[in-house]
Design a protein around this ligand. Structure first.
Ligand SMILES: NC(=O)c1ccc[n+]([C@@H]2O[C@H](COP(=O)([O-])OP(=O)(O)OC[C@H]3O[C@@H](n4cnc5c(N)ncnc54)[C@H](OP(=O)(O)O)[C@@H]3O)[C@@H](O)[C@H]2O)c1
Length: 360
């Protein structure tokens, strides 16, 4: 690590990596970051416009030493090799597909861990490090001890904030959840992706014996960092839309609540946005005009007309929407700032408050 600078290094320029590099360079000064570097794996002319644009805005391109010539031959201008970038970085954010982050940890990150403040990976890297979602388990994340983090997936953020909002007691402990079930209706692909669009719903297997899909499994492990043992189960289905993921929840409570109390909890939680709309494209469209480059940064949007209590207030059902990738991007920024600025991270994160809405 370059001791004189605060340097954030992002690995991957795909669905998550590209907006994250863009966000860090755009807000570099306000966030107190001296340099943003990023690694690109494949030398292809197709990606040149996006990479050139990121470089023009101040981010520095890093490539593997043995790919350097190939990148230069097609017009890229790398600044550092992968190893040079890792040697200089204060914080490393891995945004590579499933399994690659773990491999990168074995091949590279482990040898820099004494020299770097922290490493994080995204939704698919189960086991990479301690699970983290901003506003859910901040007290469990100690930047001095936890060198490796996994930022949970966007849908896990939604499940987590629903569970916390409904389950929390006066001492801020999540103690009121008997059990919960979720059906995640996932968009077929992200707006920037070109494959896997389906013309019909595709039903997911319950491949995890205890939790159904990885969403409830990750939720369980996220709350385990707070010593809360959640009994939760999830199912998932991919639906033919590119808008937002939607989800149905059924949360059984130990102590009953009135519908008014449930709704008030959603209204009062600053990370939850409420909406009286029941159509996803209207909420997505709100994000395009009012969000951070199209993104709503709340952790979840609850559709209030769909919320009901059953069984004398012991069961809560409803629908909500997952704000694109905004929630995991903001948790990634929060974790980066926690590594860089242990005292002032929350103050600096307020920069994004205008994109966290009370109502949509
Ligand atoms: N929370 C969310 O909303 C959300 C949404 C999507 C994804 N994710 C998570 O984010 C992670 C990345 O997914 P993605 O959809 O962004 O993937 P993606 O679009 O496929 O991009 C993957 C990137 O990783 C790079 N890469 C591949 N192999 C590499 C290697 N060995 N070393 C270095 N870089 C390598 C690729 O580089 P080249 O293009 O140069 O080959 C590409 O830029 C996953 O964990 C996923 O679960 C989260």
């Amino acid at each position: 690590m370059d001791q004189t600078k605060k340097i954030v290094h992002i690995v991957g320029t795909g669905t998550i990596g590209e907006p994250l590099i863009g966000l860090f360079v755009r807000k570099q000064k306000e966030l107190g970051i001296d340099e943003v570097t990023f690694h690109k794996q494949t030398p292809t002319p197709l990606d040149r416009p996006k990479i050139e644009n990121l470089v023009k805005r101040g981010a520095k391109l890093c490539v593997d030493k043995d790919h350097w010539g190939q990148f230069e031959n097609i017009g890229y201008k790398p600044a550092y090799t992968r190893r040079e970038a890792l040697e200089r970085a204060s914080v490393v954010v891995d945004c590579t597909p499933s399994g690659v982050g773990q491999q990168n940890k074995t091949d590279f990150y482990n040898s820099y861990k004494n020299n770097t403040l922290g490493f994080m990976a995204q939704g698919s890297e189960f086991g990479f490090g301690k699970m983290y979602a901003r506003g859910i388990n901040d007290e469990a994340f100690n930047p001095q001890k936890d060198k490796f983090l996994q930022i949970v997936s966007c849908n896990t953020h939604s499940l987590a904030i629903l569970t916390k909002t409904l389950g929390v007691d006066a001492k801020n402990k999540v103690s009121n959840i008997e059990n919960a079930q979720f059906v995640l209706m996932r968009r077929a692909n992200d707006v920037s992706q070109t494959k896997d669009f389906l013309p019909a719903p595709q039903l997911g297997k319950h491949s995890d014996k205890s939790f159904g899909t990885h969403h409830a499994r990750d939720l369980h492990h996220l709350f385990k960092t707070l010593s809360v043992d959640l009994n939760v189960y999830s199912s998932s289905v991919k639906i033919p839309t590119q808008y937002m993921h939607t989800l149905w929840f059924n949360v059984k409570l130990k102590k009953p609540m009135t519908l008014e109390e449930v709704k008030n909890r959603f209204i009062e939680n600053p990370l939850v946005a409420i909406t009286n709309r029941q159509t996803v494209n209207e909420v997505f469209s709100f994000g395009r005009d009012h969000g951070y480059y199209g993104r709503i940064l709340n952790q979840v949007v609850v559709s209030m007309p769909t919320v009901e209590v059953l069984q004398g207030g012991k069961e809560v059902v409803g629908f909500c929407m997952t704000p694109q990738d905004g929630n995991s991007l903001l948790s990634t920024v929060a974790a980066t700032l926690k590594y860089l600025y242990r005292e002032e991270w929350e103050e600096k994160l307020k920069l994004f408050d205008p994109y966290i809405f009370k109502e949509i």
